[in-house]
Design a protein around this ligand. Structure first.
Ligand code: GRF
Length: 323
């Protein structure tokens, strides 16, 4: 789905920056999900910086030489924040990152690594793939976590290894594949907060993790019930732009109409009163907005579940939570 506002990304590079260039030109296509607000590097005069400048993109350079890892990260981070970046995208940024920096950008920093992860983390990936006799090499886009090349893999592309490949010939083809992969993976990642399939999968996982629950369609939308298939009661509904609403939302039970109206009035960016269900005390928790707190969504699901679950289940649940 096309997002109304484009996500802002800062790209960090150390070398030629060809992945950055692929990201940049993809962002210039109509309907692009993101824009590059900064290209930053630890290497003065890195090729990619010149290209970014030529294309009118802001650049920043800060050499890592003679300073601590933390100081270097802080300088790069500050530049990204000043540029208004929502995400940091590493594209051949040859630095190990400090833990604090990684934690502050958890879920908002991506990297591309030239292997089919979890195979061949670290360096010399092509030589290692050839040496092992693999049929394919490739590249992976992953979320950056404190462990090197170990965060959740978001997307991969495979590249066949030819019998006469050397690490260099293979690397050249993997680069071409990476240039297709990275823009797509970044666009999908920054758009997933407005993707109904992604949001539905998140809600469904949380709802069905509660005791004795199952899914049942209600008025054409997915709903979640507690109890038996025959006599269960709904505790949540997933609403996707129903009755002309712009919201993708989780509908859950409030305690009273007063509570519902107070919440909607005080936090209109989070809550709304859905048509039809609203009349009987169901509130809409808006999911297609930036910064959804999934712990908060889970709390609502739990509360709503407790409101309709039979006493035998809520008691068991209370007992389990005491330990
Ligand atoms: C890419 O192969 C990427 O997978 C790795 O570093 C290389 C960067 O190349 N992390 P470039 O600077 O984008 O050309």
């Amino acid at each position: 789905m096309a997002s109304a506002t484009r996500a802002k990304i800062a790209v960090f590079i150390s070398g030629s920056g060809t992945n950055m260039a692929a990201l940049l030109y993809a962002s210039r296509l109509e309907g692009a999900a993101y824009e590059i607000v900064l290209v930053a590097s630890n290497v003065e005069g890195a090729d990619g910086l010149k290209l970014a400048e030529t294309e009118g993109v802001a650049t920043f350079t800060h050499s890592h030489k003679g300073i601590t890892r933390e100081e270097q990260d802080a300088a790069m981070e500050e530049a990204a924040i000043k540029a208004g970046a929502d995400y940091i995208v590493l594209a051949g940024y040859m630095r190990i990152l400090s833990q604090g920096f990684v934690e502050r950008w958890e879920g908002r920093m991506l990297n591309i690594h030239p292997s089919l992860l979890p195979k061949y983390k670290g360096l010399d990936t092509f030589a290692r793939a050839i040496e092992a006799g693999d049929s394919h090499a490739g590249s992976s886009v992953h979320i950056v976590t404190h462990e090197l090349d170990a965060g959740e893999v978001l997307a991969q592309v495979k590249v066949a290894i030819a019998p006469d490949d050397t690490p260099d010939t293979l690397a050249a083809r993997v680069k071409i594949a990476e240039h297709q992969l990275y823009p797509r993976a970044v666009a999908d990642y920054v758009s997933r907060g407005s993707d109904p399939e992604y949001l539905y999968a998140k809600v469904s996982k949380l709802a069905l993790a509660l005791p004795e629950t199952h899914e049942k369609t209600s008025h054409g939308s997915p709903g979640f019930r507690v109890g038996t298939e025959k006599s269960g009661k709904f505790f949540a509904h997933f609403s996707q732009m129903h009755h002309g609403s712009q919201h993708i939302a989780l509908l859950v039970k409030t305690g009273s109409m007063d509570e519902l109206l107070t919440l909607v009035e005080s936090q209109p960016e989070v809550y709304y009163k859905p048509d039809y269900y609203g009349a009987s005390g169901w509130i809409g928790v808006i999911l297609n907005r930036p910064g959804v707190d999934w712990d908060h969504v889970q709390d609502w699901l739990m509360r709503s579940w407790r409101a309709v679950a039979p006493a035998r289940l809520t008691k068991l649940h209370d007992a389990a939570n005491m330990f």
